[in-house]
Design a protein around this ligand. Structure first.
Ligand code: ZN
Length: 182
């Protein structure tokens, strides 16, 4: 079976510009491509797990999400890297009611695990909000890491209190796992 890092998208892979749906606004965060390289070298897959409630809210369509993911792959290709899978939840509780996939629910992680033969208990979640880490914990991931974004001041203390790890960037989060020899 495979092991993976599940990655929130906006605020982790790329800068969060709120409901990002324009490929030209995708800009990779510092330490992301380097972290991706490090996790691949350590034998992990990289799977993006993203809430895209803007679809349910009528702000953009699924095609825009696919275009952003294509852009992410283009930017990563410059590093000789790529994401191994993208999963998004198009729902929003205000419009479509509760669903099993919107984080903090674990549905996207379960689907990715089935599709890519991933052992969730050997896998990790990286996010910039507590709800990302909760999705990982609800799915049964080994640990969750909060990385720096504009939620940091508010979410980092809560994350530590809830038993999660914190790291400035994805690279440092990955290194905390790989240097521990896990
Ligand atoms: Zn959903």
């Amino acid at each position: 079976m495979n092991k993976a890092f599940f990655l929130d998208r906006d605020g982790v892979v790329n800068y969060d510009v709120r409901y990002c749906h324009e490929p030209e606004k995708i800009e990779l965060k510092p330490g992301f491509a380097e972290g991706l390289k490090a996790l691949h070298e350590a034998g992990f897959l990289a799977v993006v797990i993203t809430n895209q409630g803007g679809i349910a809210l009528g702000m953009y369509e699924a095609n825009a999400v696919h275009a952003c993911h294509k852009r992410i792959q283009e930017l990563l290709a410059l590093w000789g890297e790529k994401i191994d899978g993208f999963y998004f939840c198009p729902h929003h509780q205000k419009v479509t009611g509760e669903c099993s996939c919107r984080k903090p629910n674990p549905g996207m992680i379960f689907k990715a695990a089935r599709d890519l033969d991933i052992d969730i208990t050997s896998s990790y979640m990286i996010g910039d909000r507590i709800s990302d880490l909760e999705a990982g914990r609800n799915a049964g991931c080994r640990q969750g890491f909060l990385v720096d974004s504009f939620y940091w001041d508010k979410h980092a203390p809560k994350a530590r209190a809830a038993g999660y790890e914190t790291a400035p960037t994805v690279l440092e989060a990955v290194q905390m796992v790989t240097s521990a020899g896990k």
